[in-house]
Design a protein around this ligand. Structure first.
Ligand code: PXG
Length: 465
């Protein structure tokens, strides 16, 4: 039976799911044994599953539902556009009003060097566009030898061949012969992992981590390096907030060697860090910015690349045809929803709210959580947060890897009605930007409860010893 209905029982949904649906990043057999959680509806910051359980979504779907669920303005924009013109392409010298309007609006909310945009359907496709665009840029300038793009270990830049290659996830590289040629990686600016253990303070470590970039440029050869790409704050890698000294030093090094600087804003963009874009919070001036997720609050798929004047000037004025594009580049429905989304973020002052109100409030709550016996380090940036779980608070010693303690904690979150992610033993959140102070209290109380339950497990099982 393939009729679309919500009338099935959870077990029926799970059986059909296991029989036909290959989920992303999933061990298929293990999921089939357990059965998926079937999410059926959502409102504001809450989800409901097919058994009627209410869940606080502290991950904004997948870092994307910035304006929260159920926003009428986005729903109406989609309905209107679906009715008027559900699709037309932007190839062959045509355009649609929503794509033009969105391009204009993006130029308004982006830092001043960005006046142009190239649309894609996702963040991965946006980063594929980045790879092709930076190589094209250097080609046009008569420096085709500049091919190498430097990225970082534990970065996440997507799941396509280029996206996964730019990313620094060893598990992904191990499948499918990645990275593709011309992409190299340096270590991440992860103070807890690399700086603390050397006894460096955060800012001294930030400078050291940035200089790994210079070392790599010199190793590859400055005339072979095309670009450096990074997330202002690593998201999927575990909400790793770099020291304040890091990005300005990266900027200085890129300028010194004339290398393009690319900010992957797929998670940090559209208010997540308390400014429109993460590069503004971190104090650097990129040449290109990848975006997706929050641009449409995830209501429909959309991504792209903001193209700064330095690149646009060459591409537009000297480039001829750029042989690149997707069927859904500038999809009218996606663009109409994104226009409504950005207007809503503006009207409700959500970016300022994150910067001045709920962001600082979350930071305060996380400072309190830092006192918990399991928490070695608590970090926030705007409305992203991370708790590094440790076996021994005094020394910062980690749990044995085999225990998968983060997953133990995440299991409690699931049962208690909280969606919080575990990246190794780092517990992370990124709630919708519409979250209120009272809802932050509710979320933090749930987090504390789950930490307490995980601590009780650790004591009972003797994992602390
Ligand atoms: N760049 C960044 C910084 C991302 O976080 C992408 C690019 C790729 O976007 P698309 O739209 O192609 O998925 C992402 C995506 C996780 C998780 O586990 C994170 C992402 C995707 C899936 C899972 O945190 N980020």
């Amino acid at each position: 039976m393939s009729t679309l209905s919500t009338a099935r029982t959870t077990a029926q949904w799970q059986a059909a799911d296991a029989a036909h649906f290959l989920h992303p990043f999933t061990d298929f057999q293990s999921l089939a044994r357990k059965g998926s959680r079937i999410v059926t509806r959502a409102d504001n910051i809450y989800l409901w599953d097919s058994d009627g359980h209410k869940i606080l979504d502290a991950m904004s779907g997948l870092w994307c539902v910035n304006v929260g669920y159920g926003q009428r303005a986005l729903i109406d924009a989609a309905t209107k556009q679906l009715t008027e013109l559900p699709f037309y392409n932007a190839f062959f010298q045509t355009a649609t009003p929503p794509a033009i309007e969105l391009a204009e609006l993006l130029a308004e909310v982006s830092p001043p060097q960005f006046q142009h945009v190239f649309f894609s359907g996702s963040g991965s496709e946006g980063n594929d566009t980045v790879v092709r665009m930076v190589r094209r840029y250097w080609d046009i300038l008569g420096q085709p030898g500049r091919q190498v793009i430097i990225s970082r270990v534990n970065a996440y830049h997507g799941s396509t061949m280029a996206g996964a290659s730019l990313g620094g996830m060893s598990g992904m590289h191990a499948q499918g012969g990645l990275p593709i040629p011309g992409i190299v990686h340096i270590e991440q600016p992860h103070w807890w992992q690399h700086g603390r253990t050397q006894g460096l303070d955060r800012e001294a470590f930030g400078l050291q981590a940035a200089r790994w970039l210079e070392d790599k440029i010199l190793e590859v050869g400055p005339d072979k390096v095309a670009a450096f790409i990074g997330e202002p704050v690593q998201g999927a890698g575990g909400v790793i907030v770099p020291p304040a000294s890091y990005w300005p030093e990266v900027q200085r090094i890129c300028d010194k060697y004339g290398i393009l600087l690319v900010s992957d804003e797929v998670i940090c963009g559209f208010g997540r860090t308390g400014r429109w874009f993460g590069c503004e919070t971190m104090g650097f001036r990129p040449d290109l910015m990848t975006f997706a997720k929050g641009v449409s609050s995830g209501y429909v798929p959309l991504g792209g690349v903001m193209v700064g004047d330095r690149v646009a000037k060459v591409l537009v004025e000297r480039g001829g045809e750029f042989a690149h594009g997707y069927t859904y580049s500038g999809h009218p429905v996606a663009c109409a929803v994104a226009v409504a989304n950005i207007r809503l973020i503006r009207e409700q002052g959500l970016v300022e709210r994150v910067r001045d109100d709920v962001g600082p409030y979350l930071a305060e709550q996380f400072r309190d959580l830092a006192a918990h016996p399991l928490v070695g380090e608590a970090q926030t940036c705007g409305l992203m947060g991370a708790l590094q779980l440790v076996r021994d608070k005094a020394t910062g010693a980690a749990f044995a890897e085999a225990i998968e303690f983060g997953m133990v904690c995440r299991g409690h979150c699931f049962r208690e009605g909280l969606i919080m992610r575990a990246v190794g033993d780092r517990m992370i959140i990124a709630p919708p930007l519409v979250i209120t102070r009272a809802q932050i209290d509710e979320m933090v109380a749930l987090i504390r409860r789950c930490l307490d339950l995980a601590l009780a497990d650790a004591r009972r099982e003797g994992w602390l010893g």
